[in-house]
Design a protein around this ligand. Structure first.
Ligand code: MN
Ligand code: MN
Length: 462
C-alpha cells in the first residue's frame, strides 16, 4: 500500500490550497500587501487615475520620464507615459536589450458606464445622464447601486478639468433606477441579458429646479449652473469630455476570516498593482525589465492607448536605439507575462467550468496557456517550451500557482492582451489572479493569490 502512496505522490499532479500549505509569515505578508492594494483600488478607479498614481509611486523610486537622445545605464529607471492612460515602466538591464526584455503587461481600464457625448437631459422634472457602457457588462448589475463620476472635461482653450465626485463620504453619489417588483410583471418576462437594456442605463443626477417663475428644463438648467460654478463648463463642453460612471463602493475585506477582497475594478488592477509594485522593487536586472499598464483592453485593446497599437514596439525601439541595438531582434528575444485575471471556480455556478482545468481561489496565481473561444479562436496559445520556462521559474521561487482555462469548452470565452504582444514575436503566456463575479460592479479575489501574483511578477522581472 505504501508503495502505491509513494508512487502516486511521485507521479500524480495535485494542486494544493495555498493558505493551507503556506507558513503563517507568508499569509501575514499577503495581508499586509493587500492593505496597500485596497488603497490603490480606491484611488485608481480609472485608467487616468491609475497612471497618475503609478507615476507618483515611480518617481519616489527614482524613475524619470524617458528622453530620446539621453543615455541610460544599468539599473536606470525610466517610464513612458502614453497620453496619461497607458504607462510603461522600465529598469535597464545588464545585457543589451537585443538579448530580450522581460515584460509584464496588465490593464488598468475596467468595465464601466461612459457618458455619451450629449449626456444631459431632463424628464418629468428629473435630470439624468445618458450612458454608453464600456466593456462587457451584465447591465442589470448596474442599477440601484451608488455610482461615482470620474473623468475629465477637455476645454477648447487647452485646459483639462478633472472630475471626481462621489468617492468621499460627504459627496453626493448617483444612481440608475430599476423597476419595483410590484410593477415588473412585463420586465420580468425579458431575458436576463435584456433585463435592463443599454438605453435604460440612465443615471439620475438631480431634481431641484432653478428658481424661476416659469420655463422648461429648469432642473437641467440648475445642474448646468452647478457644473458651471464648479468646473467653469457649459453643456457644449460635454462634447470633448471623458466621463465615467463607476461604482462608488470602497474596497473591503470579505468573509469572517478576512481572507478575500471585494472591490470594483479588480479586473485587472489585481494584476496591475502587482506588476507596478514589482517593477518598483527591481534593481539592476540582467535583462531589461518592463511593466506596462495598458488602457482599452476591455474593448479589444484598440486605439493608440491600447496594446494593439505600436506603443510597446516603440518603447522597445526607443530603448534599443539608445543602446544602438535592433528592436526587432529585441522583440524576438523578449518574454512576457500577460498579467490578467481568470474566472475562478464559483461554488454556485460550477457547471460553467470544467473542474480539472478551472482556477480556484487560494490556489495561487493562475497560468492560462490560452484564452479565446470555441476552437481556441482569437488567442495566443503559449508554446509548451515557454510554459515550461514559467513553470520552472515559479516552482524554483516557491510561488504557489495553478493552471486555468476560461470556462468549459464552448461555454463562452474571452481574450487578453497576450495575442497582441505575441504578434510582435514575443513569447507570452497569461498569468494572473482568479476572480469571482468578474466584470460585476463588485468583484472578489483572494488575498493569497494577489500576493502570489506580486511574487510572480517580481521573480520574472528581477
Ligand atoms: Mn482583464
Ligand atoms: Mn475583463
Amino acid at each position: 500500500m505504501s508503495d502505491i502512496k509513494t508512487l502516486k505522490e511521485e507521479l500524480f499532479y495535485s494542486r494544493k490550497n495555498g493558505r493551507q500549505i503556506s507558513k503563517e509569515e507568508v499569509l501575514e505578508k499577503a495581508d499586509a500587501y493587500c492593505k496597500d492594494y485596497k488603497k490603490f483600488l480606491d484611488n485608481a478607479k480609472t485608467e487616468r487615475e491609475a497612471v497618475k498614481i503609478a507615476v507618483d509611486m515611480a518617481k519616489q523610486k527614482g524613475f524619470v520620464p524617458f528622453e530620446i537622445g539621453k543615455k541610460y545605464n544599468v539599473g536606470d529607471k525610466v517610464y513612458f507615459n502614453n497620453r496619461g492612460k497607458t504607462i510603461a515602466l522600465a529598469v535597464i538591464g545588464k545585457e543589451t536589450i537585443e538579448n530580450g526584455a522581460n515584460i509584464t503587461a496588465a490593464h488598468i481600464d475596467s468595465p464601466r458606464l461612459d457618458l455619451k457625448p450629449n449626456p444631459l437631459y431632463e424628464e418629468i422634472e428629473l435630470a439624468l445622464f445618458k450612458t454608453h457602457y464600456y466593456g462587457g457588462i451584465r447591465k442589470y448589475q448596474w442599477t440601484a447601486i451608488p455610482l461615482a463620476l470620474h473623468g475629465v472635461f477637455a476645454l477648447k482653450n487647452g485646459t483639462v478639468k478633472e472630475v471626481c465626485i462621489g468617492e468621499n463620504e460627504d459627496e453626493p453619489k448617483f444612481v440608475i433606477n430599476d423597476l419595483l417588483p410590484h410593477l415588473a410583471t412585463e420586465q420580468n418576462k425579458r431575458t436576463l441579458a435584456e433585463g435592463i437594456k443599454g438605453e435604460e442605463l440612465n443615471v439620475l443626477i438631480g431634481s431641484h429646479p432653478f428658481k424661476a417663475d416659469e420655463g422648461s428644463e429648469l432642473v437641467k438648467l440648475n445642474i448646468l449652473k452647478l457644473l458651471n460654478e464648479k468646473y467653469g463648463i457649459k453643456e457644449e463642453d460635454f462634447l470633448s469630455a471623458e466621463l465615467e460612471m463607476v461604482p462608488a463602493f470602497k474596497a473591503c475585506d470579505i468573509g469572517f476570516d478576512r481572507s478575500l477582497i471585494g472591490a470594483y475594478g479588480q479586473d485587472d488592477r489585481v494584476c496591475a498593482y502587482p506588476a507596478l509594485t514589482a517593477i518598483l522593487a527591481v534593481e539592476a536586472p540582467v535583462k531589461t525589465a518592463i511593466a506596462i499598464l495598458a488602457d482599452k483592453e476591455e474593448i479589444g485593446s484598440m486605439g493608440n492607448t491600447g496594446l494593439e497599437s505600436d506603443f510597446l514596439r516603440f518603447v522597445i525601439g526607443d530603448i534599443a536605439k539608445m543602446q544602438n541595438a535592433d528592436h526587432t531582434v529585441a522583440l524576438r528575444n523578449s518574454k512576457c507575462l500577460s498579467a490578467d485575471v481568470n474566472a475562478g471556480l464559483d461554488p454556485t455556478f460550477q457547471d460553467v467550468s470544467e473542474r480539472r482545468n478551472a482556477s480556484m481561489l487560494n490556489y495561487g496565481v493562475v497560468v492560462t496557456k490560452y484564452t479565446g473561444a470555441r476552437g481556441k479562436s482569437s488567442t495566443s496559445d503559449a508554446s509548451a517550451e515557454y510554459v515550461a520556462y514559467v513553470r520552472n521559474m515559479l516552482d524554483k521561487a516557491g510561488i504557489i500557482w495553478q493552471t486555468g482555462e476560461l470556462g468549459k469548452v464552448d461555454a463562452g470565452g474571452g481574450g487578453t492582451v497576450a495575442m497582441y504582444i505575441a504578434n510582435m514575436g514575443v513569447d507570452v503566456v497569461d498569468l494572473g489572479v482568479p476572480v469571482l463575479s468578474m466584470h460585476a460592479p463588485f468583484e472578489t479575489t483572494a488575498k493569497f493569490d494577489v500576493y502570489m501574483c506580486y511574487r510572480a511578477m517580481y521573480e520574472f522581472m528581477k
